[in-house]
Design a protein around this ligand. Structure first.
Ligand code: ATP
Ligand code: MG
Length: 420
């Protein structure tokens, strides 16, 4: 049996990276006053229809939606922000404090063509700074993204930012863009032709070279922004300069979700791979009101963890504690002694592995060496009859026989000797 297309098992030798990412991210985020939130994977389909936008790729063709046994329309969450906005409203988090800084890590689901860096179940780490319209909030979240990515050893990255203005500005711009593209409609790539009708702004995002050439002389979104939008953008850029965070303005950067306004940004790795966007984010001042909550301007981002892990695993230093004690015995069924010893090992919090293979003692000793344990406790028939155990230090091959009644003291001695 194979797993579902586009899904993957995360095996024990990879889980250590996921744990490391969780550890680093939670440390940085807690330090920056962001607290973790965990929302359900299942949500009403309507949540995404009302937030992400009808003509976006996600809503159009990527959602995992189904009717449950009670005929409710349900979707496996394709992204985090809409879910957090929903949780913010349903739990009335706005009553507790004006600003809510939240973060999440979990699986997301999109029905896409699986390829390198693109799965149907993938994971995002994301943060949301909820309740401030100030450019400083945009800077706060961008700075944290970079801090986390650097700490996770991402080396070659670039930050691209843009302002996509407010809705009125975008409507005006979209009209002029359509007017301009009208004469080139037949020259556009197939995707862009479709977008021309439904979501013309997304044409800016096209990777097709011919379409990009046509766009070079198209009207620019920035020219349609009015004072307030421009001022916000300028302040974000100025602060990035002051913080010496390098960025490029990409006037074609349009995020694939409809709820964004003002700042949009992406962090990309410098690979030619199409899946080189690691982090995407932006401001969403209207989303919470649109979903029935109070007006709550907000900004956030999400990092795709599979893409990040693909390029950082060899640099992430993982401290792997070695197994200390290996317990080899000729008769695991005679277990009273074994459990007595294990209880004592537990008391001193030493790591151990009990051999349950039923192999010969010799073979068990070999395994103890192979997995790199420090000490092997050998409990053979002689040992059981005479109430002692043989202890072999594998690095030096020194061997000792310790009476069972002294084993507590001996394990205490092991614990102390490991500390020095
Ligand atoms: P892309 O253009 O690559 O499809 P996107 O704009 O759809 O990305 P966002 O919705 O902004 O992506 O999600 C943020 C991040 O989540 C992406 O930058 C990427 O790292 C990751 N991501 C999105 N979709 C997938 C997927 N299907 N598989 C793995 N990672 C993904
Ligand atoms: Mg996508």
């Amino acid at each position: 049996m194979q797993p579902l297309r586009g899904t993957k098992d995360i095996l024990p030798n990879e889980v250590k990276y996921w744990q490391k990412i969780y550890e680093i991210a939670s440390q940085i985020l807690n330090q920056n006053s962001y607290t973790e939130i965990r929302t359900p994977i299942l949500e009403h389909t309507e949540l995404f229809l009302r937030s992400i936008g009808d003509f976006t790729d996600i809503v159009n063709k990527e959602m995992y939606s189904f009717s449950d046994r009670g005929n409710r329309k349900i979707t496996l969450r394709p992204e985090g922000t809409a879910c957090i906005a929903r949780a913010f409203i349903s739990n009335k988090l706005y009553l507790k404090s004006k600003i809510n800084r939240l973060w999440y890590l979990g699986p997301m689901f999109r029905y896409e063509r699986p390829q390198r860096g693109r799965q149907r179940q993938f994971h995002q780490l994301g943060i949301e700074c909820i309740g401030s319209s100030m450019p400083i909030a945009d800077i706060e979240v961008i700075r944290i993204a970079i801090k986390i990515l650097k700490k996770l050893t991402l080396q070659k990255w670039k930050l691209e930012i843009n302002s996509i203005g407010n809705i009125e500005e975008r409507v005006k711009y979209t009209n002029s863009l359509k007017l301009y593209l009208d004469k080139y409609e037949n020259d556009l790539d197939e995707d862009s032709k479709k977008r021309f009708k439904d979501n013309p702004l997304r044409i800016l995002d096209s990777k097709n070279t011919k379409t990009q050439e046509i766009l070079n002389s198209a009207p620019k979104l920035m020219e349609y922004l009015e004072v307030e939008s421009l001022k916000h953008f300028e302040e974000v850029c100025n602060s990035l300069n002051k913080l010496k965070i390098k960025y490029q303005i990409n006037d074609k950067l349009i995020r694939g979700l409809d709820y964004y306004n003002y700042t949009a940004f992406e962090i990309k790795t410098q690979s030619n791979n199409e899946q080189n966007t690691i982090c995407g984010g932006g401001r969403y001042d209207e989303l919470i009101r649109q979903l029935g909550g109070p007006y709550t301007p907000s900004v956030g981002w999400a990092i795709g963890l599979e893409r990040l892990i693909m390029i950082t695993t060899d640099k992430l230093k993982i401290h792997e504690g070695k197994k200390i004690i290996y317990i080899a015995s000729s008769n695991v069924n005679n277990s009273d002694i074994i459990w007595e010893i294990i209880n004592t090992i537990d008391k001193y919090k030493l790591s151990f592995e009990l051999d349950i293979s039923n192999h010969s003692l010799n073979k068990q000793l070999k395994t103890a060496n192979q997995i790199g344990s420090k000490i092997c406790f050998i409990i053979g028939n002689n040992e059981i009859v005479n109430k002692y155990i043989t202890i072999k230090w594998l690095e030096t091959s020194t061997q000792q026989q310790i009476p069972i009644c002294k084993i507590n003291n001996y394990i205490k001695y092991i614990k102390l000797s490991l500390k020095t």
